[in-house]
Design a protein around this ligand. Sequence first.
Ligand SMILES: [Zn+2]
Length: 265
Amino acid sequence: MTIRAQRGSVLVSALAAVCVAGCVKQNSVESKAPSAAPSAETSALPDLELIPLAEGVWIHRSYADIQPWGRVSANGLLVIGPKAALLIDTPWNDAQMSELYAEVKRRFDVPITEVIVTHAHDDNLGGLAEAHRLGAHSIAEEKTLEIARDGGKPVPEKGFSSSRTLQSAAGVTAELFFPGPGHARDNIAVYLPDTKILFGGCLIKSADAQNLGNTADGDVSSWSASVDALEARFPEAEIVVPGHGDAGDRALLAHTRYLVSTHRP
Ligand SMILES: [Zn+2]
């Protein structure tokens, strides 16, 4: 078994301010990441974690060695229903996707049948080809399909324009929304009204992030307005999950805007 669960309060501190997906072009303003290595007693399970977030909802956190930044963690969500599971973003690669699928089957006895991809970087869709092979269907904003296709990455099957309400096979409603560009020109967020969880993805930074991380494919001048649009769209959100680092509350939205305001290219 290669997945471990942790209590939300003792999360391994994820890398500060690094959203490195597909970011080999990234420039030098990254903060140096503290070690995200799991503690000694859990280090036999190095690449993938399931972190409980709410009833039936988990963060899946995967790790990859991305040079020159070292070990980088990335968050997605896993929603477990009675007959199926919904995934928001895949882990970094096919091997981790396969591992996650097997663990969900083993632990919850349901297949992952749907994947929502929040933008076309490797920490969001690096395991998508494997997810498709395992029978899952996928959806993303049209821009993500186009960017993935142009970049030779696995392409989500179904596109939508701007926003979409998904009644998932996992039995929950997911509201998919493109608030405007920021971290990437295709970054969407996903709101789960049943649990008031907003998955902000890489558009939203964790509380310990000290800079915007990878802006190579982004639009910093639009980023704050996009966070405003996200905040206005989902005023009831209580738990906010960033693309990297620990979950928090709505304060992460203001923190992200603050980081945008201090950004120097
Ligand atoms: Zn990204």
